[in-house]
Structures are given as structure tokens and as C-alpha cells.
Design a protein around this ligand. Structure first.
Ligand SMILES: Cc1ncc(COP(=O)(O)O)c(C=O)c1O
Length: 357
């Protein structure tokens, strides 16, 4: 396997990839429903929730939209300190909602006080915040933001995009009082893309009953009705559910907290390597992502060329995101990567720097 140090889709363990090739089952068969049921029950532990988890054929962005459609009648506040917060605000606007934005410079984390200040000025149905901004390598302090938000507006619905965080960085849905947390399969969960997972609280489900025009595909109430029958309103990605079943075994065998610790260890390795080579880190200290590091391209490397070199050794890193392309590059440390993989990466990068740096 050639390690991909990119923030998704990431490498998938062979036995997990293999699971997808099992004979298909009709999704409304008792055999499939049993697998689906077990996955849904066990997936709750990933979110640290007692509530339900919806598993659908979609990528994570679908649940950005689901939060908007199910919970917002009038107004939402979106924390924007990177490309994915920006997308969420756009999703809100394109669904006809009134969206206010807490703009934080890219590379910095949103502070609880900043969120509280916004909430003092207006009432919002939803606070939307990205846990781990993949575009900048910043981890927002979601626990503290949620606590500060509840102090000002106890009834607000707190929705968290943990697409590149969940299963790689600590997140405690119930203990932190979050209403919706969602993720995609192709990031720290280390599954192929195509499955989106969202944990939804009881009060969020109750709220959806009051919201008109929720649409069909992402309607929480329809998803819940089918989940209670261990199913989905439309066809689920059967092969990906098989893969999830195997991957959940592997994740819990490692232990979720051990997995978080492994990600943190790899993050530190990358940070130390970059700083020792004279690079700067794009994310501010104290809020650096456990799953992806954005490195300021102070040495003006051509990342396409770096990747041509790395690919000969079966490796790949990521360029900067959106407006940060060229200005930063990203090394992801999520999923099934192990600290020893980074020794090979650093060796190759050092060789490249020696030749071209
Ligand atoms: C933080 C974050 N949110 C949302 C998305 C979009 O996820 P998807 O491509 O699964 O829709 C991404 C993808 O990189 C992401 O990193």
C-alpha cells in the first residue's frame, strides 16, 4: 500500500476494502438489516452519543445541508475560519436562509467569547461550526464554543461538521451538548468515500417537526422512521456498510482514545519536522489539528513537483486549499497511517529538499 498523506480519501485497510466485495444483499432483507442495526448501534460510540446515527449514501456536505433544512426556519450563525465553514454559509444561503457569519482569519481558531458576542446581538436557530478545518489545519475549540453559546442562547441548536475530525480527534457529542455531529467515510474513519454519518439528538429531531420544507432525501423525520426499521428511505451503500462493520471492529480494537492519541502523536511529528526544516505552521499554536497540518510554503516549493517525486516512492501529500494553494501545503495524518509511515515520508521529503530546496 502506498501511503497517502492527503486529507481524504485516505488509504483503506485491505480487509476493509475486501469487505465491500462480499455478495450484495437486498437492503430490505433481514440479513442486511441485522448488519445495518449493528453498525448504527456501534457507530454511536464514535460520536460519544446515546442518540441515533443516520447512515446514508452521500458525502459529508449532505449533512451540512440537512442541518439547514431540518433546523433553520429563519436565521443561522456560521463560524467561518476556512473553506468548509465558508461552504456551510453558502449552503445556508442557497437554501434561502438568513445567514450571519462570524468571520475569523484563516489559520486562527474561533474563540468562545467571539461566538457569545455574536449570539448576544441576535437570536439564531442554529450555530454551525466546523470542528477541524481541513483547509487551514485548525481545530476549533468546539466544547468551549458550545458551552459559551448555551450560556447566551440555551435553546440554540449546535451543529458540528466533524468531517475530518471524527475518529481522529476528541469529540464528545453528549457531554458537550451538541445537537448534530456529522462526518464522511473517507477521512479519519478510513473508509472509501460515499457514506455520510450523522448523530442527531432527540431535541433536534423534535425541532425538525416544526420546520416546513425539509425536503425528502435529508429529512431527519423520514430518516428516523426508516432507521427504526434498521433501514434507510432509499438504497444505502451496501458495500460501504459491510466495510464500516469491519472498520468499526478495527477501530474499537485499537480503542477510540488510543486512535486519538495516535493521531496527535503523528501531528506532533509533522509539526516538528516542518519547524526543524525552517517552515512555519499555518495554524496558530494551541489549536493545531490532530488530523492534518497546513505548512506555510516558505521555501516556495512546487507541490506538483514534490508529488511527482514522492509518487515514485508511492507517497503523496496535498497542496493548499482554495486561496491557500501555492501558499501552503498539507500533510494529513489521519486514518490508518502509523508513526513509522512518517519516517519514510520525512526521509523522502528531506531528499527532495536537499536536491531542490
Ligand atoms: C471540514 C470538512 N467539511 C466538509 C467537507 C466536505 O466533505 P465531503 O466531500 O465528504 O462532502 C470536507 C471535505 O474535505 C471537510 O474537510
Amino acid at each position: 500500500m502506498s501511503p497517502m498523506f492527503v486529507p481524504g480519501p485516505v488509504d483503506v485497510a485491505p480487509e476493509v476494502a475486501q469487505a465491500q466485495t462480499r455478495a450484495m444483499l437486498p437492503h430490505r432483507s433481514p440479513e442486511f438489516e441485522a448488519i445495518f442495526h449493528a453498525c448504527e448501534q456501534r457507530a454511536r460510540a464514535l460520536f460519544r452519543t446515546q442518540y441515533r446515527v443516520f447512515l446514508i449514501a452521500a458525502s459529508g456536505t449532505a449533512f451540512q445541508e440537512a442541518c439547514v433544512r431540518n433546523l433553520v426556519t429563519e436565521r443561522m450563525l456560521v463560524v467561518v475560519n476556512g473553506g468548509f465553514g465558508k461552504r456551510w454559509a453558502d449552503v445556508g444561503r442557497t437554501n434561502g436562509k438568513q445567514v450571519d457569519v462570524l468571520e475569523v482569519p484563516w489559520g486562527r481558531a474561533a474563540r468562545p467569547e467571539q461566538v457569545a458576542e455574536m449570539l448576544q446581538k441576535a437570536r439564531y436557530d442554529v450555530l454551525a461550526v466546523v470542528h477541524n478545518e481541513t483547509s487551514t489545519g485548525v481545530e476549533n475549540p468546539v466544547r468551549d464554543i458550545a458551552a459559551a453559546a448555551r450560556q447566551v442562547q440555551p435553546e440554540i441548536f449546535i451543529c458540528v461538521d466533524s468531517v475530518s475530525g471524527l475518529a481522529g480527534a476528541p469529540l464528545e457529542m453528549d457531554a458537550w451538548g451538541l445537537d448534530v455531529v456529522f462526518t464522511s467515510s473517507q477521512k479519519a474513519l478510513a473508509l472509501p468515500p460515499g457514506l455520510a454519518l450523522a448523530a442527531v439528538s432527540d431535541r433536534a429531531l423534535e425541532r425538525a417537526k416544526e420546520v416546513p420544507n425539509r425536503g425528502w432525501y435529508l429529512d431527519f423525520l423520514r430518516l428516523e422512521k426508516h432507521r427504526l426499521k434498521d433501514s434507510t428511505p432509499s438504497t444505502p451503500p451496501v458495500g460501504l456498510i459491510y466495510a464500516l462493520d469491519v472498520q468499526l471492529d478495527r477501530i474499537f480494537q485499537e480503542g477510540l482514545e488510543n486512535r486519538w492519541a495516535r493521531h496527535e502523536r503523528m501531528a506532533r511529528m509533522v509539526q516538528e519536522w516542518a519547524l526543524a526544516r525552517g517552515f512555519e505552521l499555518f495554524a496558530e499554536a494551541g489549536y493545531r489539528s490532530r488530523t492534518v497540518t497546513a505548512i506555510v510554503n516558505t521555501r516556495n516549493l512546487d507541490i506538483g513537483d514534490v508529488n511527482r517525486f514522492l509518487l515514485q516512492r508511492g507517497m503523496r501529500i496535498a497542496s493548499g486549499y482554495g486561496p491557500l494553494k501555492g501558499k501552503t501545503f498539507r500533510i494529513a495524518h489521519m486514518g490508518e497511517l502509523q508513526p513509522r509511515d512518517f519516517e519514510f515520508l520525512f526521509e523522502a521529503l528531506d531528499e527532495y529538499l536537499k536536491k531542490h530546496g
